[in-house]
Structures are given as C-alpha cells and as structure tokens.
Design a protein around this ligand. Structure first.
Ligand code: ATP
Ligand code: MG
Length: 429
C-alpha cells in the first residue's frame, strides 16, 4: 500500500472492536471525577512551542527530542501538545480563573504527541486523562488525588496489579542544595558513569538517578539522598501525605530515585507502576508543581496533578482479563423484517418503541437477506432477543419475539404491547 494511505507510525486507529473498552474506561474515570467535584476543561491540541519549552524545561527528554514542532503559515512555531499541564496552566492564567486564590479542580482527556520509538505501550499519538488542582497547598489534596486513583483501580479490578511509588523533591531551594551535593558525588565518579549520565550530570543532574544502566545504578547506591536535604516544610508535607495514605490503607513504597522527567515538580511526586506491561510500566504519574504558575508569569499558585496513559490501562484491562462481560454485547434487540411492507411497519414500530424506551439498544436490519442470513446477523450482534416481522406478523399486527440465548421459546407479541414487554426483559442502562 502506498505510504500516504497508511497511518503515521506510532499513531493508531482505535477500531470499533476496541472502542467499547475505551468508552468503559473513560466513562468510569469521568464518573469518578464528577463524584469528587472535578470539572472538565478542554484545551486546544496545538500551542506555541515556547509554552512547552518554558514550562516543561529545555533540558528534558520531551523538549530535547520528542516534540512535534512546525511553523504555521504565519511563521509562528507551534507544537502538538506532548502533555496537558502546560496548556492547562496557560488556560487558567489566560482566563483568570485561579486569581485571588480561587480553587480549581480540573480534568481533561485527549491525545498527546511525542516523537518516541513506538513499541507496546509507547506511541507517538497516545491518550491521557489528566487532572490539575490549583490553590490548594496541603498534603490533603495530594492524598485525595492518590485516593481517587486507588478507588479507580478498585472499580476496574486492577488493585493487585499496581504499586504506588512516592518521593518528595522538596522546594526548589532544598532541591538546589541537593543538586549541588549530587553533582559533587557524580563528579567524583565521573569516569565510571555512562555517556548519557555524564551529559545529564551537566544539564539536569537529578535525571541521572533515573538511569536504566545497571553499572551507573550500582554507583548511585552510595549517592546522597534527597530525603536528607528536605527542608522542614517539605518534610512535614511528605509526612502528612504518608499519614493520610496510611489512614486509608493504601500501600506505597518510597522510591528515592523517583524524580520524574519534567522540571516543574516540587515536593510530592508519585507514580503508579505495574509489572504486567513489560518495560512500559508506569500507568499514572504526577506530582506537585508549586512554582510553575509563577514561572509562567502568574501569581504564586500552588498546583498538583497527574496524568494517566489510557492505552496502557486498556492494555492492562485486556492482559488481566478485566474487560466486563457486557461490553461484548452492544445490542439488546435485533429486529429482522422481511418484505417491503413489513420493512415499513418495522420502521414505525421501532420508532414507537424508542419513544417509550429511549435507552434501548435496538438495531433494525430491514431489507436484504434470507431468513437464515438475518438470523445469523442477529446472533452475531450479541443481541439477547430477535424480533421477527414478516407478512404473517404484519397481517396480525404482531412480532415474533425470539430469545437468542436460550431463554425460552419464541412467542408472538402484539405491537401495542411490545415496548412494555421489552422493558421487562432488558435491563436498561
Ligand atoms: P515514560 O517514563 O513511560 O516515558 P513519562 O514520564 O514520559 O513516561 P508522563 O509525561 O508522566 O510520562 O505521562 C503520564 C503517563 O502518560 C505515563 O505514565 C504513561 O502512562 C503515559 N504515556 C507517556 N508517554 C506515553 C507514550 N509515548 N505512549 C503511551 N503512553 C504514554
Ligand atoms: Mg517519556
């Protein structure tokens, strides 16, 4: 096939077989967020390149090598958003909705774009559900974010498959002192570090902690620990968060090497990780970014948020066999009509039924096909019942009502009684 007729590498179609699971996942999260009082915000998927450079940080993987950046026809440099926080902060500032200390609890969902090497769980267009909370500075809100995701894992049946990792990066002052100590340590071992870490040591030393190189990891065992450099306020904040997680009974591990890839984090950072997806193990990640709004030109405004990768969570639901049974059935009733007159009657009958049962999933297959082929389709649709309308039924103003899943014999139902009858046999969502 010619290349222009193929999707771009790492950008996937989500086919009709997969969308029920996506909608189940997104619907479950949306309902949960509604219940906790979060409100949805929708931002454009393109922003000025400068926005991402300024917020995410010049010396990060995203800005250095992952952004889709192009000049538009005006000559402005634009970028397909690689994440949601920058755009969300831009939006709240632009519309002044965090001014005067107003609390905002916001969430968003949509595609993100990063030029990475595509592999299972890692794509160039992927999807996140993220949330951001502004103007709440205590550990209670950090805890709420984590408690909410814990509830989500519970609803999805994933609790046993995920683990919470936590760390505190302190304030920018304490992180600065730690950075100095770390650079001093790394400098003393520079000849034993891998090339990537030698480079990062100069540009973004905390990222060295993130290395996947086992030899570098071995050296880091003796490196200074962030925990020893935390200021009192950050320490109290971290203790407050842990106490709340303990109170709710959410297990966690402290991972002193968890630094996250972006520059803007402070104090709390966390990741939910799984060993069920191979190398792409982080399904939800976030943290506090108290300095970001100010860094982007706003008044000092505490912020905290996270984002989860929808593809990875959908993969997990599949891998762990947690796809709800009912998703395989997208139709309740399948109506087969035979002949032109019956077809017309089927149309008006089905519309009458929809008037009375607006949530009924009723598929009408009028026209083409023999009795046998229509039944095959009815069966394949997953419907619980078929309705049959041919010349005989038409003459008597009834339909044949045929259970497709072994729930009894076929019966005749009068048109006037059909909606009431269907209401008793189909549980409506
Ligand atoms: P990773 O370490 O896996 O590259 P990250 O730290 O770059 O992740 P974040 O920017 O924190 O990821 O994004 C939050 C979540 O979005 C990740 O935990 C993951 O679930 C998902 N995610 C990030 N990048 C991708 C991608 N390229 N493809 C699919 N999902 C992704
Ligand atoms: Mg990444």
């Amino acid at each position: 096939m010619s290349k222009s007729l193929q999707a771009i590498r790492g950008m996937n179609d989500i086919l009709p077989e997969q969308t029920p699971l996506w909608r189940y996942f997104e619907g479950t999260v949306a309902r949960l967020l509604d219940n906790y009082g979060y409100r949805q915000i929708r931002m454009p998927i393109v922003e000025f390149t400068e926005l991402f450079k300024r917020s995410i940080g010049e010396v990060t993987d995203i800005v250095e090598k992952e952004m889709y950046t192009f000049d538009d026809r005006n000559g402005d440099s634009l970028t397909l958003r690689p994440e949601g926080t920058a755009a969300c902060v831009r939006a709240v500032l632009e519309h002044g909705i965090t001014g005067g200390g107003q609390v905002q609890k916001l969430w968003y969902v949509g595609p993100m774009f990063r030029h990475e090497r595509p592999q299972k769980g890692r794509y160039r267009q992927f999807h996140q559900i993220g949330l951001e909370v502004f103007n709440l500075e205590g550990p209670d809100i950090d805890a709420e974010l984590i408690v909410m995701t814990w509830r989500l894992w519970g609803e999805l049946g994933l609790r046993d498959a995920v683990k919470l990792e936590l760390n505190s990066l302190g304030t920018s002052e304490s992180r600065g002192r730690y950075r100095e100590a770390l650079v001093e340590f790394l400098s003393a071992h520079v000849d034993k570090l891998d090339e990537d870490s030698q480079r990062r040591m100069k540009t973004n030393p905390l990222r060295v902690l993130d290395t996947k190189n086992p030899e570098t990891q071995a050296i880091l065992v003796d490196a200074p620990k962030m925990a020893d450099y935390l200021d009192d306020e950050s320490r109290a904040h971290f203790e407050g968060l842990k106490a709340r997680l303990d109170a709710v009974g959410i297990p966690y591990v402290i991972n002193p090497k968890l630094v996250r890839g972006l520059d803007y984090y402070s104090k709390t950072v966390f990741e939910w990780v799984t060993d069920k997806l191979g190398a792409q193990g982080t399904v939800c990640a976030g943290g506090r970014y108290d300095g970001l709004v100010e860094q982007m030109g706003g008044k000092p405004t505490p912020g905290v948020g996270f984002a989860m990768g929808i593809e990875r969570l959908v993969l997990m639901l599949e891998a762990l066999d947690k796809v709800p049974e009912e998703l395989s059935r997208q139709v309740d009733i399948y109506l087969c009509a035979f002949g032109e007159a019956a077809e017309l009657a089927a149309l008006s009958l089905s519309e009458r039924v929809r008037d009375q049962l607006p949530n009924l999933r009723l598929q009408v297959n009028a026209g083409a096909g023999s009795f046998k082929s229509q039944f095959k389709k009815a069966d394949k649709s997953g419907a619980l019942y078929a309705l049959i309308l041919g010349d005989d039924e038409l003459a008597q103003q009834v339909v044949g009502f045929k259970p497709l899943r072994g729930q009894g014999e076929q019966q005749s139902i009068a048109w006037d009684a059909l909606a009431a009858h269907l209401a008793t046999c189909v549980v409506q969502g």
